[in-house]
Design a protein around this ligand. Structure first.
Ligand SMILES: Cc1cc2nc3c(=O)[nH]c(=O)nc-3n(C[C@H](O)[C@H](O)[C@H](O)COP(=O)(O)OP(=O)(O)OC[C@H]3O[C@@H](n4cnc5c(N)ncnc54)[C@H](O)[C@@H]3O)c2cc1C
Ligand SMILES: NC(=O)c1ccc[n+]([C@@H]2O[C@H](COP(=O)([O-])OP(=O)(O)OC[C@H]3O[C@@H](n4cnc5c(N)ncnc54)[C@H](OP(=O)(O)O)[C@@H]3O)[C@@H](O)[C@H]2O)c1
Length: 433
């Protein structure tokens, strides 16, 4: 009898787990990848920026895993809504949770919930066409916008805001999102870091891209680009050099302006009915290395604040969860008997797509060692269980129907290779037609 494993979530962690199971297992294995959306690839589809087409093409590798005879994709099946942990443990020999990190971290400052104060998770979902977010959700009618955080997600968000809709036309951005971007009133974008250039989380390649924007001048204040000390890793030295070169150049009058700020922390989002400003406080590091305020304040006249301060995982019903690390406690991927975890849910929301490959391989090594020579759960039975609950999973072939509809839409609009369909209904129509 084959080893039956359920992988929950079809982002990079889930798919690399399926691949590692097939590659590492000495005995025959069958893997079901259960995914709450009708579409696979997680953040590769709904996170990686639309203009980063070469990174998006990792999907071409991931698809080959889903096409293996030992692997089956079951879209539209949610752990916690359609199936429980108990259902899975009675249908499979083991379960691997790979549900990522779906929500934003909070700033915990006054005004955070005002209309116009937006989590980067929602904004990214919007321009990536995630079905959880309405494509009409955002109107970019403020001339000034602040983006809080200096990580790679903040850089993605800034780039999308700074580019023209013409520059994004060939991407897969949903068409009504592209129209909103075309109507954008944004003239100034402030990207705000609470520490110095040497502490910024963005990577050099991503930072450099901002300096190449055709539609925006990038500005850094010379006094904020000063860095004490020289003994930094190469990546950081590279960041500092780029930022200091921007501090030394004059704007050339491009239609938009990006101000990259350092040593400023948000203390209040101002406004009554909606965001009218962002109050910042200058910071320094305490002797213990903590960020502390200096009592010097500044207000940015922004109508929108995008909070890009990191993602976090949400607990899965019936699965252990640590509220302090916001991850599933595990030992080399083992959670409890026959339950495992991989990806962002295992180690937190950091690292690039490839990091999930070695991470998944570790979890699978643990799983296979634990289950070697053990008893097997007789007959899967998940199909009958889902049918009894009137849940009809989206198959891999049906997902390909969505892909076809997306490339037909792109053709009809005279855009690039594909254009994302807006909304769950449209996707389900495409896969069932
Ligand atoms: C905005 C953004 C841009 C990024 N860009 C890059 C980049 O350019 N290059 C790079 O190398 N890395 C990038 N990363 C990092 C990379 O995306 C992550 O390392 C990777 O996606 C994490 O993989 P994961 O499988 O753990 O999570 P995810 O990719 O989030 O996959 C989790 C999957 O689980 C599904 N799921 C959730 N809950 C359930 C449930 N209850 N039942 C069933 N399914 C469920 C979700 O729908 C999703 O498909 C980016 C991250 C973000 C946030
Ligand atoms: N192209 C790519 O390769 C790519 C693209 C996107 C994402 N990713 C990866 O995905 C992961 C997640 O990226 P991310 O940008 O969401 O997270 P991140 O790298 O952790 O960056 C979060 C940023 O938010 C700041 N921050 C946190 N709390 C704050 C607060 N209360 N007030 C002000 N600022 C605050 C952090 O500053 P402090 O450092 O001071 O805490 C940091 O600058 C990263 O590993 C990233 O590299 C990669």
């Amino acid at each position: 009898m084959a080893l039956h494993v359920a992988v929950i979530g079809s982002g990079p962690a889930g798919i690399y787990t399926a691949e590692a199971l097939v590659k590492q297992s000495a005995e025959p294995v069958q893997v079901d990848v259960l995914e709450r959306l009708p579409t696979p690839y997680g953040l590769v589809r709904y996170g990686v920026a639309p203009d980063h087409t070469s990174i998006k093409s990792i999907a071409n590798y991931l698809r080959k895993v889903l096409e293996l005879p030992e692997v089956r994709f079951l879209g539209g099946v949610t752990l916690g809504a359609h199936v429980s942990v108990e259902d899975l443990l009675s249908a499979y020999d083991a379960v691997v949770y790979c549900t990522g990190a779906m929500v934003d971290r909070r700033l915990g400052i006054p005004g955070e919930d005002l209309p116009g104060s937006v989590a980067a998770t929602d904004f990214v979902n919007w321009y990536c066409g995630h079905p959880d977010v309405d494509s009409g959700m955002f109107t970019l009618d403020s001339p000034e916008i602040a983006v809080i955080g200096v990580g790679n997600v903040a850089v993605d968000v800034v780039r999308v805001l700074a580019k023209t809709s013409e520059e994004l036309k060939a991407t897969d951005v949903p068409h009504d999102v592209l129209e909103r971007l075309e109507e954008s009133q944004v003239k100034a974008i402030h990207m705000v870091g609470r520490r110095g250039p040497e502490h910024a989380k963005f990577t050099l390649k991503e930072l450099r891209e901002l300096g190449e924007l055709a539609n925006a001048d990038v500005c850094v204040r010379p006094e904020e680009a000063v860095v004490l000390g020289v003994d930094f890793p190469r990546q950081i030295q590279g960041n500092i050099k780029v930022l200091q070169s921007w501090a030394a150049r004059e704007p050339v009058g491009r239609p938009r302006r990006l101000d990259v700020r350092f040593w400023m922390r948000p203390v209040e989002i101002l406004g009554t009915e909606r965001v009218e400003g962002l109050k910042l406080e200058r910071t320094r590091l305490s002797e213990e290395g903590r960020v502390v305020g200096t009592g010097e304040f500044e207000t940015l006249p922004v109508g929108m604040v995008l909070r890009s301060v990191g993602y976090q995982s949400v607990p899965l019903p019936g699965v252990p969860f640590s509220e302090s690390t916001m991850t599933v406690p595990n030992e080399a991927g083992r959670v409890r008997e026959r339950e495992y975890v991989a990806g962002w849910l295992k180690r937190g929301p950091t690292g690039v797509i490839g990091t999930n490959k070695s991470d998944a391989a570790e979890t699978v090594r643990t799983l296979l060692a634990d289950l070697e020579g053990g008893e097997r759960v007789p007959d899967g039975g998940i199909d009958a269980l889902l049918a009894s609950r009137e849940v009809r999973p989206v198959t891999y072939e049906e997902w390909q129907g969505i892909e076809t509809a997306e490339s037909e839409l792109a053709k009809s609009l005279g855009r690039g290779e594909r254009v994302k369909l807006a909304g769950l209904e449209a996707m389900l129509r495409a896969c069932r037609s």
